[in-house]
Ligand binder design. Structure first.
Ligand code: PMP
Length: 362
């Protein structure tokens, strides 16, 4: 078999090898039907089973309580930035946004064009090196909702705990950390995630929304952009991204086989510790870009002493088979994305490479 890269891509990102292999096995002839899953109706019993199975696995893995709908939508998380205020930010109400970096800012900017907003907390003064303290997040009484970004993919920061917003609905963008650890879904009225980091390929966006919030949706929103269009039809109102949902279903089974979200959390802690230890034990050769209490389990950002050294690090790491370590163009430096499907061995290899590179260049 071809040698697999040490894949630290930020998204689309690594998928479990076992999933790719199973998909390969079933690619040409799905369950003996003489066709692939992409070549049959989304209303066939074969696809309906995939759709149902994926939906129940989401519920099971995340412990989704009764009174919530699990939806598979299209348009990526970016479409959620608009759909949320279109549906849940009526005139006369304001929505609070917790600003933690680029992605929170994108969600906020989109909402500003649709309705009234306010900043519920911001980490801007500290250069987004840390997530605001939960106690500093302001949920103004009577707000439409408060929105937060659970994991800032570009900055490399992640909420350690979520605020209690009382009667104000809490909405979370979990695009880059969904299912990396257990989460109390009942704290949220809506959470969403593009699949292409932790759940599968791009093309499908997971949305979990409470019936209570659904009941408050604004009228007059175009059909495809209304949540109830999809909740009433098991996400089969129109043709779904069949192959993306199929792969997501395989990834969900893989997560379950790894001990569910508790298993994932332990796995992610073990593997990220290798890299954070390489940063912290480097005597300043590597500098983390996020304060320790806000560090992400999914995106590890760090700098080296000079641009020249960073260039050398990238060049040499690429020669060793490492992929995706260049930081986002907005912040530069380095970023290792260590999503669920990134193997322990890749993280061990990266930590070893970092230590060895420091010895040669420190
Ligand atoms: N939110 C976060 C936290 C993200 O990381 C991303 C994608 N990198 C998005 C939203 C946008 O997702 P999409 O490309 O699916 O629209």
């Amino acid at each position: 078999m071809a040698k697999r890269a040490y894949n630290f891509n930020p998204g689309p990102a690594a998928l479990p090898l076992e999933v790719l292999q199973q998909a390969q096995e079933e690619f040409v002839d799905f369950q003996g039907i003489g066709m692939s899953i992409m070549e049959i109706s989304h209303r066939s019993k074969q696809y309906e089973q995939v759709n149902d199975e994926a939906q129940s696995l989401v519920k099971e893995l995340l412990g989704v309580p009764a009174g919530y709908q699990v939806l598979f939508l299209q348009g990526g998380a970016s479409t959620q930035f608009a759909m949320i205020p279109m549906n849940f930010l009526p005139q006369g109400k304001a929505a609070g946004y917790v600003l933690t970096g680029s992605w929170a800012d994108k969600a906020y900017t989109e909402a500003k064009g649709i309705g009234e907003t306010y900043v519920a907390a911001t980490g801007e003064a500290g250069g987004f090196r840390s997530i605001p303290a939960v106690s500093d997040i302001e949920a103004r009484p009577g707000s439409a909702y408060v929105h937060l970004t659970s994991n800032e993919t570009i900055a490399g920061s992640q909420f350690a705990a979520y605020p209690d917003t009382g009667s104000v609905p809490l909405i979370g963008d979990f695009s880059s950390d969904i299912m990396c650890r257990p989460v109390d879904v009942s704290k949220f009225s809506l959470l969403y995630a593009g699949a292409q980091k932790n759940l599968g390929p791009s093309g499908v966006t997971l949305v979990i929304v409470s019936d209570e919030l659904l009941g408050q949706a604004s009228k007059g929103v175009p059909t495809m952009l209304r949540y109830d269009t999809h909740s009433k039809t098991k996400s089969l109102y129109n043709t779904p991204p069949v192959y993306s949902v199929y792969i997501m279903n395989l990834v969900l089974k893989w997560i379950k086989g790894k001990g569910g979200l508790e298993g994932m959390e332990q796995f992610n802690r073990d593997k990220t510790k290798l890299i954070y230890d390489a940063i912290d034990g480097s005597g300043g050769f590597y500098q983390g870009l996020v304060d320790a209490n806000s560090r992400s389990l999914m995106n590890i950002t760090f700098a080296l002493g000079s641009e020249e050294l960073e260039k050398k690090f990238i060049q040499e790491s690429e020669k060793e088979g490492f992929v995706g370590l260049k930081g986002h163009r907005d912040v530069g430096h380095m970023r290792a994305s260590t999503y669920n499907a990134v193997p322990y061995e890749s993280c061990k290899a990266l930590a070893d490479f970092m230590n060895e590179f420091r010895q040669r260049n420190g």
